[in-house]
Design a protein around this ligand. Structure first.
Ligand code: 3PY
Length: 251
């Protein structure tokens, strides 16, 4: 059996991912086949339904893991993503310790949390029910997003919440919360990012980040950001399409 995403995070290995936003399962099949360690399947900013997400998860090949960013920190969104077989959750906009506790509770079965019991793809449609329920709490990655200056102000209290497997930094929303929307290189945004990374190091929690720039991935991974999501499926398409059109028009 492949190690869980939680085990991979705990191993300290750098993990490269990318964001999936388009509803066709061939996307997850292609991206997992080329060797990404994980896919960030995004329900917050896409049209993906729970069924689309299930199809993407079913299409993943090899050692790759499928993490689902739910639309919001709401127990229904969390359990639907887990029941269709997500290896972990990315929970957006966690700004307080209470919100972090709510995220962990929604992701974990009792007695740790309040996740309710369904029988879905995650449980082998019932065939692996007992095994899944026994192991889910330990092997389901709970990754909270820190992406607002309010969360940075509450960082220590948030990171002290039991059950957080990782923190994923959202530089773009963070920039908006600092009145620097889109200026992710601005010193205010970069200082906030450094504060988050330092807090994660102090609490022994792996940090991840999103970037649109392939050239910054190596620096991020080498400087201790353990998991990076670079680009999106749609951005790969438009970028390579644009290069082809520009090359053709220039010739
Ligand atoms: C952000 O940059 O705000 C994100 O959430 C990226 O996914």
């Amino acid at each position: 059996m492949k190690p869980s995403f939680v085990q991979k995070l705990q191993s300290g290995k750098p993990l490269l991912g990318t964001l999936v936003s388009l509803p066709t399962p061939e996307i997850a099949e292609i991206l997992s086949s080329v060797g990404f360690d994980w896919l960030f399947i995004d329900m917050e900013h896409s049209t993906l339904s729970p069924l689309d997400v299930q199809r993407q998860l079913q299409a993943i090949r090899g050692d790759c893991h499928g993490l689902v960013r739910v639309a919001e920190n709401n127990p229904v969104c969390l359990k639907q993503a887990l029941d269709v077989g997500a290896d972990g959750l990315i929970i957006p906009s966690v700004n307080t310790a209470d919100e972090a506790r709510q995220a962990v509770a929604g992701a974990k079965y009792p007695p740790v949390g309040t996740r309710s019991v369904g029988i879905g793809r995650a449980h082998g449609y019932g065939s692996r029910f007992a095994e899944y329920v026994r192991e889910a709490n330990a092997h389901t990655a709970v990754i909270i997003q820190i992406e607002h200056i309010r969360a940075v102000e509450n960082l220590d209290a948030i990171l002290a919440v039991e059950g957080i497997d990782g923190v994923f930094i959202g530089p773009y929303d963070l920039s908006g919360s600092l009145n620097r929307l889109g200026e992710v290189g601005h010193s205010d945004v970069q200082n906030a990012i450094q504060t988050i990374k330092k807090g994660c190091r102090q609490h022994g929690i792996p940090a991840g980040i999103f970037t649109l720039q392939p050239e910054s991935v190596k620096t991020e991974l080498e400087s201790g950001t353990q998991f990076v999501a670079v680009g999106t499926d749609a951005s790969f398409l438009w970028k390579s399409g644009q290069v082809l059109v520009d090359t053709f028009r220039a010739s």
